[in-house]
Design a protein. Sequence first.
Length: 176
Amino acid sequence: MSTRRDLLKTAAAAVALPAARAQHQHPEVVQIAKPYVPKVLKPDQIEWVAKLVDLIIPRSDTPGASDAGVPIYIDRVLSRDAGRKARFLDGMARLDSAAKKKFGAPFTSLDSAQQTELLTAISTEKSALGRFFNLAKDLTIDGYYTSKPGLTVELDWHANTFLSEFKGCTHPEHQG
């Protein structure tokens, strides 16, 4: 037995349904991933950054920083902040100059032991070069731990995973 209220609900739904369906239609376009085109860094600078970030977070039993796409992350960050871009590019040039002064070759031409020695020496400096290295470390950490490999492989985070049971804190002092 229909009531006036049921009739009004049905009429309202009949009017709203076409509009609601139109709002929820998705185009059937398939997006094919294109190779990344750097916005700030040149391809050789992307490789330079890859060597630097892999010294900060090297590949081990987990992916390294360049495996996680950190050089691309850094390029994207630099494209959105002119001040950071200028500091980063200046720092790259300063690190190459320091490498040439100490070892007679640019940073990327050094072996990993020489690169590590140079970075260790500047890591505590309060100079522009030391600030650059701190910026590079911060960007590397941010890029790595917000990437899929950083989150899922390194941190073992799997987002909204269904738990059939949550036992809560297991520390004895928190029970009761």
